[in-house]
Write a protein of this length. Structure first.
Length: 257
């Protein structure tokens, strides 16, 4: 996974009903599934074509006891998990799960930024390029969005940790500024200050589909709920904000409505 520093390389769903969640996302997004469980740990890979793009696991008991509900978490590639975790803590972030190895896969740490949005630091043991597909390919991650308590201080934190730089800033009127962030010259996501009604900062992940209208229908039929959309956004893309049947929030993006 050479030269992947600061790139989102994996998306993981922690849920209260893995079987039902797998069936839901297979129906809505068209993902395939592959069992990657170990004797002591159930884990399912989500695949777009032949490429693994994410995983599904049971929400850990410790997380449930802390009041956490089902949700998606993003893995961000780093050069040194232990070193970046130390940098994060020094910058005011929190380490929820100290760095440890996934045998034959990589090293990771579950962390949060200073405002509480959770993500994973990850370094692969496989010295291979990150699997990629043409922009907009169905089933792959299409966008990442941070709903922060304060986007400006959040950007300073992530820029210091991953080297992200600012892209275009969009004035959204009463909703404030939407700041694109980039890895090099390529915008990979956006940040905004969350609305007051949103209880805490979080990362929202957008997955590519062929069209949002058909996808909205699949969400409803499969037992999920559409919160917002389809809505056209700058660049001619269409988006949809949704909640799956177990309560995890996610989003879909397409080049056509």
């Amino acid at each position: 996974m050479a030269d992947a520093m600061g790139q989102f390389v994996w998306y993981e769903l922690m849920t209260t009903d893995a079987d039902a969640a797998e069936e839901f996302y297979r129906s809505v997004i068209g993902w395939g599934v592959q069992d990657a469980s170990r004797p002591e740990f159930r884990y399912t890979l989500l695949t777009a074509g032949e490429i693994p793009v994410g995983g599904v696991m049971d929400l850990p008991d410790a997380a449930r006891e802390m009041g956490a509900g089902p949700g998606w978490i993003g893995y961000i590639a780093v050069d040194d998990v232990d070193g970046r975790a130390a940098m994060l803590a020094k910058a005011g972030g929190k380490i929820h799960r100290s760095p440890e190895d996934i045998p034959e896969v990589g090293r990771f740490a579950v962390v949060a930024d200073p405002q509480g949005a959770v993500f994973v630091l990850f370094k692969s043991l496989l010295n291979q390029p990150v699997p990629s597909a043409p922009l907009g390919t169905p089933g792959h991650g299409g966008w990442r969005e941070l709903h922060a308590a304060d986007w400006e201080s959040a950007f300073a934190f992530y820029s210091g940790l991953f080297g992200w730089n600012k892209g275009e800033a969009m004035d959204m009127g009463p909703m404030g500024v939407y700041q694109l962030f980039a890895r090099g010259a390529e915008p990979i996501g956006g940040m905004m200050t969350k609305q007051d009604a949103v209880p805490h900062p979080f990362w929202l992940f957008y997955f590519n589909v062929e069209g949002t209208t058909e996808a909205a229908g699949r969400v409803e039929v499969a037992g999920g709920r559409v919160l917002n959309g389809p809505v056209e956004v700058p660049g001619g893309m269409w988006i949809l904000h949704c909640i799956d049947p177990q309560g995890a929030m996610f989003a879909l993006v397409a080049a056509r409505r």
